[in-house]
Ligand binder design. Structure first.
Ligand SMILES: NC(=O)c1ccc[n+]([C@@H]2O[C@H](COP(=O)([O-])OP(=O)(O)OC[C@H]3O[C@@H](n4cnc5c(N)ncnc54)[C@H](OP(=O)(O)O)[C@@H]3O)[C@@H](O)[C@H]2O)c1
Length: 331
């Protein structure tokens, strides 16, 4: 099942061009949504980021509100950028976002110019850097004219505070409109960041992937492991240190007998492919060349290394795809 991939470096990392831009991203990128706030040991966080960079993961993704508390993940990354990664800024692609609730009052949420540009300045302070590579509108805001939100991204780029503009969680039609507005402003949309996994296929049914490839926009998919559900982590128990043991974004009740039956079926397919369940789930998102990168979160170096191993086999035959569809999509 091992693919010999062109463009694979000695660490096993593969780089893919982001849409029609000049920027390449690693096929696997690291996100700091969870596990990089104040509730975890800084030394563990540092080891994960160091190992990621060693493995060729040149792209690190945060947002203003990642923590806990909000802002903490940017501060963690800022500490590491200033120390271990000091002198390596030009080898890294750092992204951040604004769009969700960040501070009290009417100017700390949504898609206004007021919020986005103030938030980017705050992010740069926490990160301790002069610019981010990608600045995202984190969500579509139907109470703000899209011209204003895209205008703020264009301003961020023109001020040199971001090199590229991105959107996240926009539908296909909202994205097409964003592409048009940004194109008129002269700051092309670089990338979209949607959710995508074996159990979350909205970017196919909404035709977002078609829109992105037609417009030459890259696609970095988040939660490709469905926050850890598409792995063997919950086959026996709900470990105390796992995301599903908390009450924020995954819940113990989600680990039902039906869920476990699905994962057992996936595990059997993965074993035939010589992969872990997580590796197969990641590889599945990357089977489509329109996906530039799969954005993972990890709570350990071992998970990270396991995930990078998925790149050894990212193609699937028709029988495998049909079998995966049978277990992961409803009739
Ligand atoms: N734009 C947006 O709105 C948005 C939303 C969500 C996420 N994101 C971005 O996407 C990134 C990834 O999201 P995510 O954390 O939900 O992604 P994910 O990769 O689907 O889930 C990560 C979790 O899966 C488990 N895991 C990872 N590798 C594993 C392995 N090899 N074996 C077993 N379990 C494994 C870990 O759970 P445990 O912690 O339990 O060990 C880890 O914390 C975020 O950090 C963020 O940058 C963006």
């Amino acid at each position: 099942m091992t693919d010999e991939q062109p463009g694979v470096n000695p660490s096993g990392m593969q780089y893919r061009r982001c849409g029609r831009s000049g920027l390449q991203l690693p096929a696997i990128s690291l996100g700091l949504w969870q596990n990089f706030g104040e509730g975890r040991q800084f030394d563990d966080q540092r080891l994960i980021i160091q190992r990621a960079v060693d493995l060729g993961i040149t792209h690190l993704d945060v947002a203003n509100n990642y923590g806990p508390p909000p802002g903490a993940a940017e501060r963690t990354l800022g500490r590491i950028l200033a120390t271990d990664l000091g002198g390596h800024r030009d080898e890294l692609v750092v992204s951040t976002k604004a769009g969700y609730d960040m501070w009290p009052g009417p100017y700390g949420d949504g898609g206004s110019r007021k919020y986005l540009l103030a938030s980017l300045d705050q992010s740069l302070t926490r990160l301790g850097i002069d610019y981010v590579d990608i600045f995202y509108s984190h969500r579509f805001d139907d109470t703000t004219p899209l011209e204003e939100t895209m205008g703020a991204l264009d301003t961020a780029v023109r001020r040199g505070k971001a090199l590229y503009a991105g959107v996240s969680n926009y539908s296909a039609s909202q994205t097409a409109e964003a592409v048009r507005i940004l194109g008129d402003l002269g700051t092309p949309l670089l990338i979209h960041q949607p959710s995508y996994s074996l159990v979350d296929r909205w970017i196919e049914t909404d035709h977002l992937l078609d829109t992105l490839s037609g417009e030459g926009v890259g696609c970095i998919v988040y939660s490709p492991l469905s926050q850890g559900l598409l792995s063997d982590r919950y086959l026996e128990t709900v470990p105390e240190d796992s995301r599903a043991s908390g009450r924020d974004t995954l819940f113990p009740e989600m680990i039902s007998p039906g869920y476990r039956a699905m994962v057992q079926a996936l595990q059997a397919i993965a074993e035939r492919r010589g992969q872990t369940t997580a590796q197969m789930a990641l590889a599945w998102t990357l089977r489509d060349p329109r996906v530039t990168s799969a954005l993972v979160g990890v709570s350990s170096v071992a998970q990270l290394e396991n995930n990078v191993g998925s790149l050894r086999a990212t193609s699937f035959d028709d029988d495998e795809l049909a079998e995966l569809d049978r277990y992961t999509t409803r009739a």
